[in-house]
Design a protein around this ligand. Structure first.
Ligand code: LLP
Length: 441
């Protein structure tokens, strides 16, 4: 599977954004996150266009947790999208990048006082309130700052998407948001409407991530529109915005078939309009927060292959070949956390038949398998392995486990490669550490 601007050049090397990945590995070292700028930009435009033509009153917030660096924030700003941040750290990075604060949305299920103050002081566009405590805390913060704050309410529609249990959030039993069915959401809306510092902007939900069909989103839309109708009936307020969060899945494997942006938009907007029409409601602004769908396929991780080992399999006849790479769960914890699957290829043998089944082993001191039983060309030490679809939640979730240095990220476009994240240095490993006086040699 070749994604985005990927191609194979005359030397049989994988190219991304017009850059030879073998040259990138030589120049910047491995492991290396290679980010395809044209793909991110095209995704932003196409996602927006798919909704624009079906439901013009819409607004896209890129969920920055998927991949946030100063450079990505610039690209998103440039593409005219809004952005969601879910912590003070994400807010800080967005502001440092010069992202217009009025186009930011602030999230979090347990925002601290300091976080709310920072959001209000920096003038974020809206804050998505998650719980009753936060309503009162934010009211206080807004009052003290003598400002009004636009707020959305995070609701829990009680739907259960088909995805890994650790990335499901729409079901009733969740730490996120206000339950709709038990009346908490309505109660919270009524309280929000009493607070003079609040401008009540809408209802939000995020039901889960890496969803490969639109079915659960449609269910959530129906439930949220019912809530809008109840709010209107009980309070007379017409809710200006309905935000359905993110969740659209991507291709990790060639066999994955997520809906196209157009197919997804068609289903979401059709179900939204139908529900609104039958409830007799005016069309609100449709907000969304796609993360993975905009950046995952734009990322490829390059590794250098080291040891290769073939061992007998104990449960069945045969052998397994472990191909060890110079990274693993510190640059991609997703297989360990969510049993995530990936495809890969040998970037320096991209034209050769992928006729060898191998298991890609990380370098960390535990099982740390990145990909089980995957076909690649005949591997040798020093080959460069390219793992596909690593643009979302890889850089952001990387760690220093085993005191690994977090990889560099390079942004490629039109044959140019720009370093956007420098590889960590050994000094970074100890820069925040202190030896108490009494332990000094
Ligand atoms: N909005 C909210 C409020 C969210 O919590 C999330 C993701 C999104 C939007 C974006 O969802 P997306 O479009 O990317 O599916 N670390 C996990 C994914 C966790 C998603 C958390 N929330 C992973 O690596 O799969």
């Amino acid at each position: 599977m070749l994604l985005g601007t990927q191609s194979i050049n005359a030397q049989g090397h994988l190219e991304i954004g017009g850059c030879d990945t073998i040259a990138l590995a030589q120049e910047f070292g491995t492991p290396l996150y290679v980010i395809d700028e044209a793909t991110i930009r095209a995704n932003c435009r196409n996602y927006k266009a798919a909704f624009e033509k079906r439901y013009p009153k819409n607004r896209i917030y890129y969920a920055s947790k998927a991949f946030l660096t100063l450079a990505t924030a610039r690209i998103i700003a440039d593409e005219g999208l809004n952005m969601d941040v879910a912590s003070m750290g994400e807010l800080y990075v967005a502001l440092q990048a010069g992202f217009p604060p009025s186009r930011l949305a602030m999230h979090g299920n347990n925002k601290s006082l300091r976080e709310l103050e920072m959001a209000v002081e920096s003038g974020v566009g809206h804050i998505v309130i998650d719980n009753f405590r936060e309503i009162e805390m934010l009211a206080e913060v807004a009052k003290r700052a003598n400002s009004t704050v636009e707020v959305l309410l995070r609701s829990t529609p009680g739907v259960d998407p088909h995805t890994h249990r650790l990335i499901r959030t729409g079901q009733a039993d969740t730490k996120f948001g206000f339950n709709i069915a038990d009346g908490s959401a309505l109660k919270a809306v009524k309280r929000i409407l009493e607070i003079p510092e609040f401008v009540f902007q809408g209802i939000h939900c995020h039901i889960g991530s890496q969803l490969l069909d639109a079915e659960t989103h449609e269910q959530a839309v129906g439930i949220m529109v019912n809530l809008l109708a109840t709010i209107k009936r009980e309070t007379g307020v017409e809710v200006p915005e309905i935000n359905i969060g993110g969740g659209l899945g991507v291709r990790y494997l060639s066999s994955h078939e997520p809906p196209s942006y157009d197919a997804f938009a068609e289903r979401i907007t059709t179900s939204l309009k139908c529900a609104l029409d039958s409830a007799g409601l005016a069309y609100p602004l449709l907000g969304q927060e796609p993360g993975r769908a905009l950046v995952a396929e734009a990322g490829t991780t390059l590794y250098t292959i080291g040891a290769i080992k073939t061992v007998p399999i104990t449960e069945e006849p045969g052998t397994r070949t472990y191909v060890a790479i110079d990274g693993g769960m510190s640059d991609n914890p997703r297989p360990q956390l969510y049993e995530s699957v990936y495809e890969c290829l040998l970037a320096n043998k991209a034209n050769e038949a992928a006729d060898t089944i191998v298991t890609i082993a990380g370098k960390h001191c535990e099982t740390d398998i990145l990909i089980w039983n995957t076909p690649i060309a005949q591997p040798e030490a020093d080959d460069i392995l390219a793992v596909q679809t690593t643009g979302a939640y890889n850089h952001g979730m990387a760690s220093n486990y085993n005191r690994f240095l977090r990889p560099a990220s390079v942004l490629v476009n039109d044959g140019k490669a720009d370093l956007i994240v420098v590889r960590e240095q050994f000094e970074n490993l100890t820069q925040n550490e202190i030896i108490p006086e009494r332990l000094k040699a």
